[in-house]
Ligand binder design. Structure first.
Ligand code: ATP
Ligand code: MG
Length: 618
């Protein structure tokens, strides 16, 4: 693991520098729509719920924080991913939410790797998570501490807390088998049955728990359970397991431990050591909240954790149509080669979205727009696409590309323009140049006797209402000249090989009198002389079913066989000079991005990010 958080308090006592929370991302001045989380935070700030909290500069126990200064962060939130896969669009929502709230309310958001499960974590994932959060525009850095936290650094404290619970009579070692424990837990209609081991004395429990720690018992032979209430209507309070024996090498702590805390025990402790105020999680944890509060109360009672404790709040996870948001299932797509990699532009991972051409601003806007609610719902994929379009409409340079080319020959060119003449043309690089810009950026290209046009822009026999090229009709070559179609040539099979037209002199775009010749359509084109061949990857949704994995459906069955079509297109010269990752609007076709991995000026590669809102008219 490359990141080393500072030592946690309670084991060492660093002398922290004066802390002040840092600003996060660019706070926008716009008034944010309120939501239940904002209301809770605003009410806590008004009441001063957390005003007495102290912060010793690093995570730690009650004594550690008592030695610190009043917490300069008004609130503390966290984003706690398990480093067992790449983050997806659902995590992006959680990141924007947690970091956004901290930013908006003068707080700090912690990035914490929830790595208490020894078997699944990987450094590759840790690094990708760090990249994803930073790319989205957020930072967890605080003065004196630039490192993310990791939950495994709290193992010592978690163990100490477990001993304290045992001593206070709040936990016991249970040697029932997993099956017995399952049966004795009862169910919704039936109270549980006390374990025969439940009445053990604290001294007995402590001795056996220490044996567990020292490797004197086999994996699975026993667990440490919280002693709460086997008849509770909330099954999560029927003496949940909090420690298990598992001989596994941990990526951070190696073989130091053969017992590991359960997630439901570890998570509240992680929050408390970090002095969080608002611990925001998804709805499936709602039933765990009573245990969260129980554990906090017990550990405050035994003077291990600072008061007031963090509180947990739940919001509905993001469900996006045509998308799956489960790291496990996304891993399956990669491992079974249904996509090329985690960053395949069809993947809803943050790396995939980025490679597809999504921008941090578009994802932040998306998170803002969908807001937070307390009930599950599905968000239409079009909402995400709309946010990208809005961002790129203003930012993306324009360019022309011909995706399905046929050659257009201007038969009278040599005669009226001169043999071999190439006429320079310009068009604005941006559709909406920033206000007050003295000289808006221009794209340069040339027109000559031959240009590429889209096959669909010529019809020998035009359907009703068709306004583009057909014999006798005039159109404008966008940013070039008005031309009048004279016909086409064909090969032996009758396929059209060339479209023929005459250029109309004195109609060059931007020259005086150029609009005296009226046309009903302007078509996009690329000059044969300057045009550059490019690979264009046309992506479509990865699934045909709007809810590919809902209700336990096999999502592999609804994979879209046509989610990728690769075209050889011809693009205007300015596009060949694109930087990898640069966004463009290919006029009339949509938004495209120069592929981060494969694009180069000698071999341009573009990915379709999203189509244009208005479909191309007749
Ligand atoms: P997965 O099921 O894909 O593994 P997870 O919830 O187990 O997801 P974690 O790494 O544990 O993944 O999640 C980190 C944080 O991201 C959690 O706080 C979780 O609530 C949040 N999160 C995960 N998926 C979503 C989602 N679809 N919508 C909103 N938040 C999410
Ligand atoms: Mg998880």
């Amino acid at each position: 693991m490359p990141v080393r958080p500072p030592k946690i308090g309670g084991m060492s006592h660093p002398n922290p520098p004066q802390n002040k929370p840092t600003a996060n991302a660019a706070a926008t001045d716009a008034v944010k729509p309120s939501n239940f989380l904002r209301q809770i935070i605003e009410s806590d700030l008004e009441k001063g719920t957390y005003a007495s909290r102290r912060w010793a500069g690093s995570p730690g126990d009650a004594a550690h924080h008592a030695s610190g200064q009043p917490d300069p962060a008004k609130i503390r939130t966290r984003f706690p991913p398990e480093p067992n896969g790449y983050l997806h669009v659902g995590h992006a929502k959680s990141i924007c939410l947690n970091f956004g709230l901290a930013r908006d309310y003068g707080g700090v958001c912690h990035l914490r790797f929830d790595d208490t499960n020894p078997e699944k974590e990987d450094t590759e994932y840790v690094n990708s998570i760090i990249d994803a959060v930073q790319w989205l525009g957020f930072s967890w850095a605080q003065p004196g501490n630039n490192q993310p936290y990791q939950a495994s650094d709290y193992f010592d404290f978690m163990y100490r807390a477990a001993e304290a619970l045992i001593e206070a009579g709040y936990a016991y070692v249970d040697e029932q088998s997993a099956e017995e424990m399952g049966v004795n837990r009862g169910d919704f209609g039936k109270p549980g049955v006390d374990s025969p081991y439940r009445a053990r004395t604290p001294a007995e429990n402590l001795a056996i728990f220490r044996q567990m720690k020292h490797g004197q018992h086999a994996d699975g032979a026993m667990v440490l359970r919280a002693k709460i209430d086997m008849a509770s209507p909330n099954i999560n309070l029927r003496d949940p397991a909090i420690y298990r024996i598992r001989r596994a090498t941990h990526h951070n702590t190696g073989d130091a431990w053969c017992i590991y805390p359960m997630y439901t025990y570890a998570h509240p402790i992680e929050d408390a050591l970090e002095q969080l105020t608002h611990s925001i999680c998804t709805l499936e944890f709602e039933d765990q909240r009573p245990f969260y509060d129980w554990l906090m109360a017990c550990l405050i009672e035994v003077d291990l954790l600072a008061n007031p404790p963090p509180r947990q709040y739940e919001f509905a996870r993001l469900n996006l149509t045509y998308v799956i948001t489960s790291k496990r299932k996304l891993a399956q797509l990669v491992n079974e080669n249904k996509v090329s990699a985690w960053d395949d532009p069809r993947m809803p991972t943050i790396v995939g979205l980025r490679r597809r051409g999504y921008t941090p601003a578009s994802l932040q806007q998306f998170a803002e727009r969908i807001g937070v609610t307390k009930s599950d719902s599905w968000i239409d994929y079009a909402t995400l696409e709309g946010c990208l379009r809005e961002d790129l409409e203003l930012k993306a340079h324009r360019g022309m590309a011909v995706l399905n080319p046929v050659k257009l020959v201007l038969v009278n060119w040599d005669e009226v323009m001169g043999a071999g003449h190439l006429e320079p043309c310009t068009q604005p690089a941006l559709a909406h140049p920033p206000e007050g810009e003295p000289t808006p950026a221009l794209r340069h290209f040339t027109i000559g006797k031959e240009v590429w046009i889209e096959r669909e822009d010529f019809e020998e026999v035009p359907p009703k209402g068709y306004k583009r090229l057909f014999p006798g009709n005039k159109v404008r070559l966008k940013g070039g000249y008005v031309i009048e179609c004279t016909g086409c040539s064909k090969d032996d099979t009758g396929a059209i090989t060339q479209v023929l037209a005459n250029v109309v002199p004195d109609t060059k775009s931007g020259t005086p009198g150029s609009d005296l010749v009226k046309v009903k359509a302007a078509i996009t084109w690329v000059g044969v002389a300057g045009g550059v061949n490019a690979e264009v990857r046309m992506y479509d949704r990865l699934f045909l079913d709007a809810q590919p994995d809902a209700g336990g459906k096999d999502f592999l069955e609804s994979l879209n066989p046509n989610s990728l079509r690769v075209l050889t297109a011809i693009v205007e010269p300015s596009l060949a000079n694109a930087m990898p990752g640069q966004n463009f609007q290919f006029e009339r076709h949509g938004y495209f991005v120069a592929d981060r991995s494969d694009h180069s000026s000698t071999k341009p590669v573009f990915n379709l990010s999203v189509g244009l809102k208005d479909s191309w008219g007749k």
